[in-house]
Design a binder for this molecule. Structure first.
Ligand SMILES: [Zn+2]
Length: 395
């Protein structure tokens, strides 16, 4: 025994100067450290610089029948890019942009249609891709509008366009979070809906549409964290339509999902804005926006043409391996409807300032409407906290 022990002490002393040799497992490979001896300090310096990612999120992307007509071109094809022309630089300024696609893409096997059961031309998604959108949540009350086939075709078409979906899936195997990695930060996007407008989802195919179920959401959040995700955003399609404040259900569910590990709640469905707030859970700052309003639609009721693009930064401290939420801000937007060549047209107008500098050149665009949107949005978004207005010129 004694000579074995001596040999062990000898080996231990021999390798002691090498870093990382505190455990026996390392004793067998100390020489591997040598060729890269200078690298750890360099890596360390690089790793220590905090990394950031900017996320932009917005509400319901709807395509009512007059909007479908607005997109028809002379040759019969569709093009909706003009809807997003003014907001495009704002969407593109973020590293990741997510919206709620509240329609289906069932193709030409069914007529294109708006309310009550939406079937939109694929070109809508091409326009979103062109504007810089990276992810769309597809779990919403219109997801079943064109049946199971519609769910599947929507998933395939959107993902083929280069935009990821979250919240619906054609098969059990494809049911997963949208996961994006930017600047060394991995972010998961999950999405769930309260309702499918009474349209039945086949009982043996629950993977088609994620329904709000806090036990399931907690499990999914845990699963994404296991996969090494730094930050989890959960889109919840919930609440009462046209109500400018969250109901008890929204308050309860949003809080529960954060307590179960999510970091940000992105609410949609009411078609009008609802407030946002920071909440601290177990010492960590988290965030809820109960409804981001409509991003684009043909709805006419008060406030339904208003929305926000919400911005937030994620900052990762590689030393502590912690990612935190920073710089939450919002950009008020509204849908301007105008007539051109005898057709109603649509454009989403971003309002960075209370007073417009130079108004974009669209028929009927007025400073009065601009200011009204600004005032409504500022008031509501600041009800539960102090949040600045986003500006492209500010870093
Ligand atoms: Zn909805």
């Amino acid at each position: 025994m004694k000579h074995i022990f001596s040999a062990f002490v000898f080996l231990f002393l021999l390798f002691l100067p090498f870093p990382g040799c505190a455990f026996f497992g390392d004793l067998t490979t100390p020489s591997l450290d040598q060729p890269t001896k200078t690298e750890p300090s360099k890596d360390k310096a690089e790793a220590e610089a905090p990394k950031t990612v900017r996320v932009a999120a917005f509400g319901d992307i709807m395509l009512h029948s007059p909007q479908i007509r607005a997109g028809i071109q002379a040759d019969g094809s569709y093009d909706f890019r003009s809807f997003f022309k003014e907001v495009k630089p704002y969407i593109q300024s973020a590293d990741i942009a997510i919206g709620n696609l509240e329609t289906t893409l069932a193709g030409r096997s069914k007529p294109f249609s708006g309310y009550p059961q939406f079937n939109s031309p694929d070109e809508l998604v091409h326009a979103l891709k062109d504007a810089g959108v990276d992810v769309v949540s597809t779990a919403n009350n219109h997801a079943m509008d064109t049946g199971e086939k519609g769910v599947i075709r929507t998933y395939r078409t959107v993902n083929k366009s280069g935009i990821q979906t979250t919240g619906t899936a054609p098969t059990h195997e494809e049911k997963k979070a949208a996961i994006l990695k930017k600047n060394g930060i991995t972010i998961a996007f999950l999405a769930y809906t309260q309702s499918t407008n009474g349209l039945p989802v086949p009982k043996d195919k629950p993977y088609l549409i994620n329904r709000i179920n806090t036990t399931q959401i907690a499990q999914d959040v845990k699963e994404t964290k296991k996969q090494g995700t730094d930050f989890v955003c959960v889109s919840l399609h919930f609440g009462n339509e046209y109500q400018r404040h969250p109901n008890d259900y929204q308050l309860k569910i949003a809080r529960q999902v954060l307590e179960d590990g999510a970091d940000v709640i992105l609410g949609s469905h009411p078609h009008v804005l609802q407030p946002m707030e920071k909440v601290t859970i177990n010492g960590k700052e988290k965030f809820i926006i109960y409804s981001m309003g409509n991003f684009i639609s043909n709805q006419q009721d008060p406030y339904t043409d208003e929305g926000v693009i919400l911005y937030f930064d994620l900052e990762k401290d590689p030393a502590k391996k912690q990612t935190s939420l920073k710089n939450v801000s919002f950009l008020p937007t509204y849908v301007h409807k105008y007539y051109q060549n005898g057709k109603r047209q649509y454009v989403v107008i971003p309002t960075e300032t209370k007073q417009p500098g130079t108004l974009p050149d669209y028929p009927g665009l007025t400073p009065a409407k601009w200011r009204m949107t600004w005032n409504h949005t500022q008031q509501l978004m600041k009800e539960k906290g102090t949040f600045p207005t986003f500006s492209l010129n500010r870093d």
